[in-house]
Design a protein around this ligand. Structure first.
Ligand SMILES: [Zn+2]
Length: 289
């Protein structure tokens, strides 16, 4: 456990416009204010947001330097809704996008997987890398739900076409759906892409106790999903970094973060789950084949 350094401007501006970065800094300096209905900046938000972005980048540094095969950056505010020019959905800077960009730019990687299991679509990350074939962005999310983006038909564009994978799921889905999609859809796609680094936008708001969404994933479900990701990293012999996103039922959040860290730091990855291919996973697999 280490304290993370705040991100410098260069890290932030590798993803965000200088105007966006200035806007957040000035708003915090003035004592804060509302950006939209959900997104509030306080006096301390600039420093917090710089640490959240810096923590995600420091996680990449530690993983790429071989400090450990797996790691986590556990900061707030979350990041995956923030795009290049806009804060939204509690997110000021896109921490996981900054981390992925840092892995490409500073560590010379050619292929990074960003897997977003937050219950909301990671629209910011989606848009930042929409034209980037070097980042496979894969999001599973409740549909319909905030922010309303992320249909299956959004597959990226230009050179990035096919490197954005959106898997919208019906509300009220639980472990059989979520775990099957991760095991039977996301993991095979990831194997094919052969990333040199796996980053997880890990929100825990698909949990049954969460009030902001209707999914019913359990503690064990999140541990199973973490296990699939851990096994993927081990198989591909690449590091796995988890970046905290949403999760607002605080007891469930705490339990699931601990459960995820236990899976990531166990001596061995868990064996594959004995899991039926869910019809939604089968459908997604067919669509994406
Ligand atoms: Zn969320």
């Amino acid at each position: 456990m280490t304290e993370s350094p705040p991100a410098g401007r260069d890290l932030l501006e590798a993803v965000h416009s200088p105007e966006h970065v200035d806007r957040i800094e000035r708003l915090a300096q003035r004592g804060g204010g509302s950006i939209d209905m959900e997104t509030i900046v306080s006096e301390g938000s600039w420093v917090a947001a710089c640490h959240a972005a810096g923590g995600a980048a420091a996680l990449v540094d530690a993983l790429m330097e071989g400090a450990a095969p797996t790691g986590a950056s556990l900061h707030r505010p979350p990041g995956h809704h923030a795009d290049a020019t806009r804060a939204m959905g509690f997110c000021l800077f896109n921490n996981v996008a900054i981390a992925a960009r840092h892995a490409l730019d500073a560590h010379g990687l050619d292929r990074v997987l960003v897997f977003d299991w937050d219950v909301h679509h990671g629209n910011g990350t989606n848009d930042v890398f929409a034209e980037a074939p070097e980042v496979l962005f894969c999001s599973m999310h409740e549909w319909p739900l905030y922010p309303g983006t992320g249909p299956a038909s959004d597959v990226g564009h230009g050179a990035g076409e096919g490197y954005t994978v959106n898997i919208p799921l019906q509300g009220q889905s639980g472990d059989p759906t979520w775990c099957s999609v991760v095991e039977h859809v996301v993991a095979p796609l990831a194997r094919e892409f052969a990333p040199q680094l796996v980053l997880v936008s890990a929100g825990f708001d698909a949990h049954a106790e969460e009030q902001l969404a209707t999914m019913i994933v359990s503690d064990a479900g999140f541990a199973t999903m973490a296990g699939t990701v851990r096994r993927l990293g081990a198989e591909l012999e690449v590091p796995v970094g988890v970046v905290l996103e949403g999760g607002y039922a605080l007891d469930a959040l705490a339990r699931c973060v601990v459960g995820t860290l236990e899976v990531l730091t166990a001596a061995e990855p868990p064996p594959p789950p004995d899991l039926a291919v869910h019809p939604l996973a089968a459908e997604a697999r067919e669509r994406l084949a």
